[in-house]
Write a protein that binds this ligand. Structure first.
Ligand SMILES: [Zn+2]
Length: 166
């Protein structure tokens, strides 16, 4: 049996965002940003149209998710080393002796432990599956969805989500 996969990586599936990563239990990168590029692959059987997945909604869904992250500060609310409080109109983030205050309009909260490209890839993948379901797009026949996040040239992370058999 042949296997099929479609892949989308467009010049508009990008987002410029601020972040920092905590590491080694007690360290925190300085605040900085990346021009992230996102791509998605979907694997599965051919449907009655001979598609794995129609490119048009696949591009739209990935673009919508990227647009929601574009020009935002990405805050990982699952990070145990950061003290994040939201008192509108601001988020305050504390790490040891550092304090950052961000306007809440400029922030996207992500329920992840760190804003690594690996975790961003997983979050984007899960958001894509949720958006497909919200749009009533059937996932029958699809086996896996893989998201790639490139944070700088030649430096990428991947997350593959196996999709439950329908
Ligand atoms: Zn970075």
């Amino acid at each position: 049996m042949p296997t099929y996969r479609v892949h989308v990586s467009k010049d508009y599936t990008v987002f410029a965002a601020g972040h920092f990563v905590t590491y080694d239990g007690s360290q925190c990168e300085p605040l900085h940003g990346h021009n992230y590029r996102a791509a998605v692959s979907v694997e599965g059987d051919l449907d009655e149209n001979q598609y794995v997945f129609n490119f048009v909604p696949l591009k739209r869904i990935l673009r919508g998710i990227c647009d929601g992250l574009d020009h935002r500060m990405l805050l990982p609310t699952g990070n145990a080393l950061l003290d994040i409080t939201h008192a509108p109109p601001s988020y305050t983030v504390r790490f040891q002796d550092k304090t950052y205050v961000f306007p809440d309009t400029d922030v996207v909260q992500l329920p992840i432990a760190n804003t690594t490209s690996e975790n961003l890839a997983r979050w984007i993948g899960e958001a894509m599956v949720a958006e497909m379901r919200a749009r009533g797009i059937g996932l029958a026949g699809l086996r896996a969805l893989e998201v790639e996040v490139e944070e700088s040239f030649g430096q990428r992370a991947f997350c593959r989500l196996e999709l439950p058999a329908a």
